[in-house]
Design a protein around this ligand. Structure first.
Ligand code: PMP
Length: 401
């Protein structure tokens, strides 16, 4: 059954099993690493460490092969249906990935062949992770310096749930819409942002860039699914079981020019890339759909009890749902639950939870536009977390009412 499957996976995380009295509940920030990833790194560093793309001796050749096969592995992990017409670029994480798409693809895309100075409009998220807003504003600035005017419009949001407002989206889109940046799973609310509705609104020709930092490694991100018709998938390897300083951009290269990042020369993070390859192997063997069911189940367990504890407000959960009624499907979260206590400031609540061995995030959560004074506590889960950890957390939260 699922409990046994999960126990076997959890046992593969040495840092988790070494500290049964603690609970790591901050996987949206970065994940823990399974033994297979640690061993892949150890094997690489003790058998073939060298620089990639140069030298004709075996270690260098082996390193080059490992980097290239990891690139192919990213496409395979994402079930890229057309690898001949796509590319994978390694980065240090989602922040660098989005910045690279903005600077090295969007700026030339909107800047070239637009002699009339009209770069059109781009739609970007104003209440998702800051890493998915700043690069697009910077692109607008760079284009303005070249005399190209780009209008930046906000993707419309629903007031309560944190999802995009897909009806208003249809009104915001027009013939001048040239590009959309969106998020796959929200890093505060944990909800799926329903990117298929964005594709439906903009039509078949507008490139969409997806911040998949909270989805890759957590749920199936499969490009052969027609609901995932996007042009860029940007993610962090380190949130998907690989080492810190890893990430990738997958680019479809079909709508618009080919993505040619300027900064690809130089020594790549070979160790990180080796770890990413091992991480993707591990995740595929574990099963992203099964992982998603596990973490959504834990998030539901937490949400469903927490909303009955008076002083807590769950972000993105309509207040009318707070008591009694069953939780609608739209309120299911992909392993992320963020909340506040009515009377206890979030940094104090974080401190209390830390003192009980729960590692949670307690601050402004890097949300664009959020009031920095108004923090929240975020619990974020991965496959190594257990129902017992959630129940222990709930017991502490309940004692604070
Ligand atoms: N986007 C989202 C949705 C995220 O959750 C994060 C990580 N908190 C980032 C971007 C930034 O990722 P990284 O730190 O790997 O650059």
């Amino acid at each position: 059954g699922e409990a046994r499957w999960q126990r076997e996976l959890r046992e593969q995380f040495p840092i988790v099993t070494a500290h049964p009295e603690l609970a790591y509940l901050d996987s949206a920030a970065t994940s823990q690493k399974p033994r297979a990833v640690l061993e892949a790194v150890q094997t690489y560093l003790t058998t073939s460490n060298a620089n990639a793309g140069r030298g004709t001796y075996p270690w260098a050749n082996r390193t080059t092969e490992l980097v290239e096969s990891a690139r192919a592995r990213v496409g395979e992990f994402l079930r890229d249906p057309d690898p001949e017409r796509s590319g994978v670029h390694f980065t240090s994480g989602t922040t660098e990935g989005l910045r690279t798409v903005a600077r090295d693809w969007l700026v030339p895309y909107l800047g070239d062949g637009n002699g009339n100075g009209d770069g059109g409009e781009i739609l970007v998220p104003f209440a998702d992770h800051r890493a998915n807003l700043d690069p697009w504003l910077e692109a607008r600035r760079l284009l303005a310096e070249r005399g190209v005017d780009v209008r930046v419009r906000a993707l419309p949001y629903q007031e309560v749930s944190g999802d995009y407002e897909h009806r208003a989206l249809a009104d915001a889109v027009g013939p001048r819409t040239r590009f959309v940046a969106a998020t796959h799973v929200h890093h505060v609310y944990g909800g799926d942002m329903n990117v298929h509705r964005i594709r439906a609104a903009v039509g078949p020709d507008v490139p969409i860039c997806l911040d998949a930092a909270q989805s890759v490694g957590h749920l199936p991100v499969h490009l052969d699914d027609p609901a995932l018709d996007v042009d860029f998938v940007v993610f962090s390897g380190h949130k998907a079981m690989a080492l810190p300083g890893t990430g990738a951009v997958w680019a479809r290269n079909a709508r618009g020019p080919v993505f040619r990042p300027a900064g690809w020369q130089g020594t790549p993070n070979t160790v990180g890339i080796v770890s990413l390859r091992a991480a993707l192997d591990w995740l595929d063997a574990a099963g992203p759909d099964r992982i998603a069911r596990w973490t959504a189940g834990l998030a539901l367990r937490l949400t469903d009890r927490l909303r009955h504890l008076g002083p807590y407000e769950i972000l993105g959960c309509p207040a009318g749902l707070a008591v009694g009624s069953p939780l609608p499907a739209a309120q299911r979260r992909h392993g992320i639950v963020t909340f506040r206590h009515r009377d206890i400031p979030s940094d104090d609540l974080g401190f209390i939870l830390h003192s009980h061995g729960f590692m949670v995030r307690a601050d402004g959560l890097c949300q664009a536009g959020a009031d920095p004074e108004e923090g929240a506590v975020r619990v974020s889960l991965h496959v190594y977390n257990t129902a017992e950890e959630i129940d222990r957390l709930l017991a502490v939260l309940a004692s604070l009412t």
